[in-house]
Design a protein around this ligand. Structure first.
Ligand code: AHR
Length: 508
């Protein structure tokens, strides 16, 4: 991800409030045949030693921020990636274990040259995962590390018997093995992780994977190779051609949408309809990237053993005025909630091959779920989307068919509606609908044939303007509300979808 420089704010026009419902009706067909299961890991998160994400956001004065942790528990985070990001390729795990007052102080050369006192290390991360009830996903250091260092980390964490490293874990307070299964082998090795070529990375990956796939606890490890940024197809080709699939659970993809190369309307909050439509269009581009990378992956791995892992995604905007650019602290508007919902719909619809994704990042960095200021905290619209969408975790996807009208602003022409649906283990059907049109409400009609319909409810996330935010003064400005816009008409369901809104329908 490029570092964005704060641009002088230009006064931009405010998007006009939504006009009342017009007559455009979209017919939606919901298949009653269950598709692939939507892996809960698609709803994963990412915490890096970057700016105020770990320190201040999750961990303060040598203790967890329980206000933040309690809020995060509610959205059922399934997996958390750590310690980076770019930071992972400078992180040496031994600096962060043992008595806290004896830990090294190291300079975070990647993010702002700040001193990391290493008070948040491996045990603290795994305790956080325990508190959240989620799986850990650790990115190991390839850039400045060695296969030996990674193998030792695995032994330290996972070996149940007596060895010097397993005994050190016990001495540091954890008798039982942690059984960490998901491991990233380097991060953005084409860039901040070491400027590798894909062929060289693939060779290095093969060597790492030999030692990192050791089953210290008898279980196979799930290794994730560094994938491309956006449309770097040559990276995917070079890596897929040369790695060993038997040692690879997944390959990553990083994609940040937003105002790349465009210096106007790149603020997180001060943007007009030009910036809004451009950013929604760049969000939708992720589907094209997913399809491209899957095509390349399948060319080499015809049995489709390697999963696609979108282990960094989100919108990157200018940082908040007055904050260091290298801390990537940005506000988060309703627009970002629409981006999250749209992206999650795309992931749900590719659940056959996408088995994990991680939003960047969990607190105070890029498209955060939670923002903090001193002892205050707020939940962003993106948090509310993850709260709504948690019903899709591990449910079976359902195929949807519809023709969306276009939302057009200048050169930006995109489908106004995107959607996904699933049936959970109790038979309830959830349909998530996003209307990205900044101005126009739409009507959706769907047959209830084959769908449960004794009780029809739902939730909605919207606001008067797409650049509305939750601020520390008004933290509940944007919140989830009961959705009243669905009604039964004979054997049909009719849904009034307001402009710029996300609706989760629940059919039981
Ligand atoms: O999420 C912030 C940074 O963006 C990550 O450290 C890096 O992997 C990406 O470029």
């Amino acid at each position: 991800m490029r570092t964005r420089i704060l641009l002088p704010l230009v006064l931009l026009f405010v998007i006009r409030a939504s006009v009342s419902a017009q007559n455009t009706t979209v017919t939606l067909l919901v298949s009653d045949t269950a598709g692939p299961q939507i892996s809960r890991f698609i709803y994963g998160q990412f915490a890096e030693h970057l700016g105020r994400c770990v320190y201040e956001g999750l961990w303060k004065k040598d203790t967890f921020r329980m206000d933040v942790v309690d809020a995060l528990k509610k959205i059922k985070i399934p997996i958390l990636r750590w310690p980076g990001g770019c930071f992972a390729d400078q992180y040496h795990w031994r600096d962060g274990v043992g008595p806290r007052d004896k830990r090294k102080k190291t300079v975070n050369t990647q993010w702002g040259m700040v001193v990391d006192n290493n008070s948040f290390g491996t045990h603290e991360f795994l305790e956080l995962c325990r508190l959240l009830g989620c799986e850990p996903y650790i990115s190991a250091n390839v850039g400045t590390g060695t296969p030996e260092e990674m193998e030792n980390w695995l032994e330290y964490l996972n070996y149940p018997g007596e060895s010097t490293l397993a005994d050190l874990r016990r001495q540091n307070g954890h008798n039982e093995p942690f059984n960490v299964t998901f491991w990233g082998v380097g991060n953005e090795s084409w860039g901040c992780g070491g400027y590798f070529t894909p062929e060289y990375y693939a060779e290095v990956y093969r060597r790492y994977s030999r030692f990192a796939s050791r089953r210290f606890n008898g279980q196979p490890m799930k290794l994730i190779a560094c994938g491309p940024e956006a449309d770097d197809n040559a990276w995917t080709e070079g890596v897929m051609k040369n790695i060993l699939y038997r040692n690879t659970w997944g390959i990553g993809l990083h994609y940040y949408c937003g105002a790349y190369g465009d210096t106007i309307e790149s603020s997180a909050t001060h943007f007009g309809e030009y910036g809004y439509s451009r950013d929604m269009r760049s969000c939708l581009r992720i589907e094209e990237l997913i399809n491209k990378h899957l095509t390349i992956m399948d060319k080499y791995d015809q049995q489709k053993k390697v999963n696609l892992v979108v282990d960094e995604w989100g919108i990157s905007t200018d940082v908040e005025p007055g904050t260091p650019p290298e801390f990537h602290y940005q506000q988060s508007s309703l627009r970002d909630g629409l981006i999250a919902a749209t992206t999650l719909n795309i992931f749900n619809n590719h659940a056959d091959r996408i088995k994990m994704a991680n939003l960047a990042q969990i607190v105070n960095v890029v498209q955060a779920l939670v923002l903090t200021q001193g002892d205050k905290m707020l939940l962003t619209p993106t948090y509310h989307v993850f709260d709504m969408y948690k019903v899709h975790q591990d449910a079976h996807s359902l195929v949807l068919k519809f023709n969306s009208p276009d939302y057009v602003y200048g050169k930006n022409k995109i489908p106004a509606i995107n959607a996904s649906a699933s049936r959970d283990s109790l038979g309830a059907v959830h349909i998530s609908l996003v209307n990205v049109d900044a101005n126009r409400a739409l009507t959706i009609r769907t047959s209830l044939e084959g769908l449960p319909s004794k009780s029809i409810g739902g939730q909605i996330l919207t606001s008067a303007k797409v650049n509305d935010i939750n601020s520390f003064d008004q933290p509940n400005n944007i919140h989830l509300a009961d959705f009243k816009g669905a009604r039964k008409e004979g054997n049909e369901l009719v849904v009034m979808l307001p402009a710029h809104s996300v609706v989760m329908l629940e059919l039981k």
